[in-house]
Design a protein around this ligand. Structure first.
Ligand code: PMP
Length: 452
């Protein structure tokens, strides 16, 4: 019997063959749409990542509401993926749906600001403690634009990121540590520039490496998630952020915090919950309740330097921004979401659910003696294939097992549970029920019974 991560892998692979057949049999309409989509959509999907789920063909959605989703073949799912955070507060939250419907008849975009933009910026300043804001369409764009401003404002051309990070499709940060050297990420398509020339990479939780990277005072900013969430979760060690912020300040760099996923930590993100003081912050995905929009904010000092840099530049395109950024529809959606959905009460419920799930996962892992661990960041949980949590991106990457993930995910999907592809991340929204969590745990128990 070949054990892999504590499970009988031969059994798991045989089970997977049955699950593939079961999925296909029961989803004729999705199969038909995938085939038809394949005629005119790359990989049969409007975004090629949508073809990267564990399913043998693309799963097409009919409807999604709250914590539930129904596919085109009428199967219902409890959704713990929630659009990989885009729908972190549930699908189509009522206040956002209402605001979108109202705004939709009053203009969608005009390349002029609406009053909602001012309300949103005031609220962002209150929540995140940064005085000046800009809007974008996606977190990828917001990170890309923030990096440009920070380089322009500081007059420095280098940036630092943590090994294994993901901040969206921002070319600058697709640099990995390979045998201790920065290398363009092998999976990156069609990018020909030497990205390692202006991006330094260090391991998370490694203060010495961070100091070495900052010491020559060429670094505009450190771009980081406060907890790494995209290579599996990596938690900061106690004291890491306090010391890292001191170093960043000592060498005249800025801290650009990407709270796109860690907004699961509370209404002001991880930074507000744990006392971080970033100079700049990016937030995307769930900010408009699922409508494409993102924001980035600057401290007053940084905003002043950024505005000065723009005024001093040659007239013409800054290369920052897109035509629909800050549009009226997105501003209305963000306002409704911030005012009525991303509330303290919603977070309290999500935390209680996430704690219930994390406790249940730990109990499940112990009962089946799996050499796995569980991490939780507010309303976000993850189980990882290692007895102890990873210290950095290198360790986290090494413990990933895509084949095993796909086997588990498809097993769950066939029983009505969606979890995030590419890792084992689970999100809880205010409309998730405690009984839903128990049902997911029972399904995981069923899986363990089949393969252990
Ligand atoms: N930042 C982080 C931390 C993310 O996890 C992601 C997406 N997973 C992004 C930015 C980019 O978001 P988007 O794909 O919506 O641009």
């Amino acid at each position: 019997m070949a054990l892999r991560h504590g499970i009988d892998f031969g059994k798991a692979q045989a089970l997977h063959q049955q699950e593939l057949a079961l999925f296909s049999e029961r989803r004729p309409r999705s199969r038909q749409l995938s085939a038809a989509g394949g005629e005119h959509l790359l990989f049969g999907a409007p975004l090629h990542w949508m073809a990267d789920w564990s399913t043998p063909f693309n799963l097409y959605v009919e409807e999604a509401r709250g914590a539930r989703l129904r596919d085109v073949d009428g199967h219902e799912y409890l959704d713990f993926c929630l659009g990989d955070t885009g729908a972190m507060f549930g699908h189509s939250p009522a206040p956002v749906a209402r605001a979108i419907a109202e705004q939709a008849t009053r203009g969608l975009t005009a390349m002029l600001p609406s009053p909602d933009a001012v309300w949103v910026a005031e609220e962002l300043a209150r929540r995140f403690g940064l005085s000046h804001w800009q809007f974008a369409i996606s977190a990828s764009d917001a990170n890309r634009f923030a990096l440009r401003w920070l380089r322009a404002a500081s007059g420095r051309d280098q940036i630092v990121v943590f090994n294994g990070c993901y901040h969206g499709t921002v070319d600058d940060v697709f640099v990995d540590l390979v045998d201790g050297q920065p290398r363009r990420r092998a999976s990156l398509l069609g990018q020909v520039h030497d990205l390692a020339a202006h991006t330094r990479v260090v391991e998370f939780n490694d203060l010495e490496a961070l100091e070495r990277a900052l010491r020559d005072e060429q670094v505009a900013c450190v771009l980081a998630e406060p907890v790494m969430t995209n290579i599996g979760m990596v938690m900061p060690e106690p004291g890491f952020w306090r010391a890292a912020q001191d170093l960043i300040r000592r060498y005249g760099s800025y801290l650009l915090l990407d709270e796109t996923h860690t907004i699961s930590s509370g209404p002001g993100g991880y930074g507000a919950a744990y006392g971080l003081k970033p100079d700049a912050l990016v937030l995307g995905k769930p900010l408009g309740g699922g409508l494409p929009c993102a924001v980035y904010g600057f401290s007053a000092e940084l905003a002043e330097r950024a505005q000065r840099a723009k005024r001093a530049a040659a007239p013409g395109h800054s290369g920052i921004g897109t035509t629909l950024s800050g549009n009226m529809l997105a501003s209305a959606a963000m306002r409704a979401n911030l005012a009525e959905v991303m509330s303290d009460a919603a977070y309290q419920r999500m935390f209680a659910l996430a704690q219930h799930l994390a406790d249940g996962l730990l109990d499940w892992i112990e009962r089946w003696r799996l050499p796995w661990c569980v991490s939780r960041v507010g309303a976000r949980c993850e189980f990882q294939f290692s007895p102890r949590p990873p210290r950095n991106g290198g360790e986290a990457g090494a413990m990933q097992d895509e084949e095993l993930e796909r086997i588990i995910h498809l097993y769950l999907l066939n029983r009505g549970f969606l979890i995030t592809p590419f890792h084992n991340m689970l999100l809880l929204c205010p409309e998730t029920e405690f009984a839903d969590v128990d049902r997911l745990l029972a399904a995981l128990d069923g899986f363990a019974g089949e393969v252990i």
